[in-house]
Design a protein around this ligand. Structure first.
Ligand SMILES: NC(=O)c1ccc[n+]([C@@H]2O[C@H](COP(=O)([O-])OP(=O)(O)OC[C@H]3O[C@@H](n4cnc5c(N)ncnc54)[C@H](OP(=O)(O)O)[C@@H]3O)[C@@H](O)[C@H]2O)c1
Length: 290
């Protein structure tokens, strides 16, 4: 069995920790936390990747605080755009395949009756989305062999370190504390399990059949944040009321697409979001769960 050397940025983040958890036996995973490789540092990115000579680089490092991003554009661009550029250049130089993670927030949510696929034109509405789209362009045009994987509305055991959690934890926390749950019912997306996304990334790497390029990799199906919240409390057996509100009653600093579900026309098919949520809630309930 040939060992695949895989360098992973953001190994302690929500997605990165699931990628570590599901690493297959044939992968020699090299976790590169920020102190080992700050993706904004061009020279360090080049020297670390040149020194390691990995077969793959998985880049999950990102600035993910969508509202704060509006006040920290330079910082956001350094991580999400320049960081992607640095790894793209390093991958090109060393021959490593770059697996770069992007987002549904590259879309503007302009009314579509069906989820966005890989052929739809991006038009990000906020600083985070624009920086992530810039990162995609650097990878597409500067990296050698690469996969750009767009994920959406992630939740995982670790919670997004950059966001201090995720939507599932927020809903469960409020429900358990008896706090009111008011959730927007007019923004639609594809909630995605970080564990499922991590397994898909490993399939892509180990099966080696998909050509270089852009892929959508969200759990199947569409729901509003309200429907997602209702499913979370029901699955967790919490008898609480969720109140639907409009996004117009819930002002945020960053504009968000009102519709950003994803699907793939290139053969990526994750299971339905309800199935993934069921497993996640069950895992939380098991001893040793978070
Ligand atoms: N969360 C979502 O809802 C969502 C939705 C769609 C797509 N995505 C994408 O999915 C990917 C993973 O997101 P996530 O939810 O796992 O976020 P996360 O938990 O915040 O993880 C991001 C990681 O990036 C690291 N990082 C930040 N700046 C860095 C730098 N300059 N150099 C090296 N590492 C750095 C962070 O390390 P520290 O711990 O040191 O800060 C953190 O571990 C990102 O590309 C994100 O854009 C996320």
């Amino acid at each position: 069995m040939r060992v695949l050397k895989v360098a992973l940025t953001g190994p302690n983040g929500q997605l990165g920790s699931e990628i570590r958890r599901y690493a297959p036996p044939e992968a020699e995973l090299v976790p590169l936390a920020r102190d080992a490789l700050d993706v904004t540092n061009t020279e360090q990115a080049e020297s670390v990747i040149t020194g390691l000579r990995p077969d793959y680089i998985i880049n999950t490092a990102a600035y993910v605080r969508v509202d704060d991003a509006e006040d920290e554009a330079q910082k956001v661009f350094r991580v999400n755009a320049l960081g992607a550029r640095n790894l793209a250049l390093a991958s090109e130089k060393t021959g490593a395949t770059l697996v770069h993670i992007s987002t549904d927030y590259v879309f503007d949510g302009g009314k579509k009756p069906v989820p966005y696929n890989e052929n739809d034109a991006p038009n990000p509405l906020n600083t985070y989305g624009i920086s992530k789209y810039a990162g995609e362009l650097f990878v597409r045009n500067f990296a050698g062999r690469h996969y750009i994987l767009r994920l959406a509305s992630l939740y995982g055991k670790a919670g997004a370190s950059g966001k201090g959690g995720n939507f599932v934890y927020t809903v469960l926390g409020k429900a358990r504390r008896g706090e009111p749950l008011r959730v927007v019912d007019d923004i639609y997306m594809s909630p995605t399990s970080a564990a499922d996304a991590a397994r898909e990334i490993w399939s892509l790497i180990t099966e080696k059949v998909k050509p270089s390029g852009l892929y959508h990799a969200a759990n199947s199906g569409v729901c509003s944040w309200y429907e997602f919240a209702v499913s979370i409390v029901r699955r967790a057996g919490l008898p609480v009321n969720v109140e639907p509100v409009s996004h117009t009653d819930y002002k945020t600093r960053a504009r968000r697409p009102l519709w950003s579900p994803l699907e793939s026309t290139k053969g990526i098919k994750l299971r339905r979001w309800e199935e993934a949520l069921k497993d996640f809630i069950a895992e939380l309930a098991t001893p040793g769960g978070p």
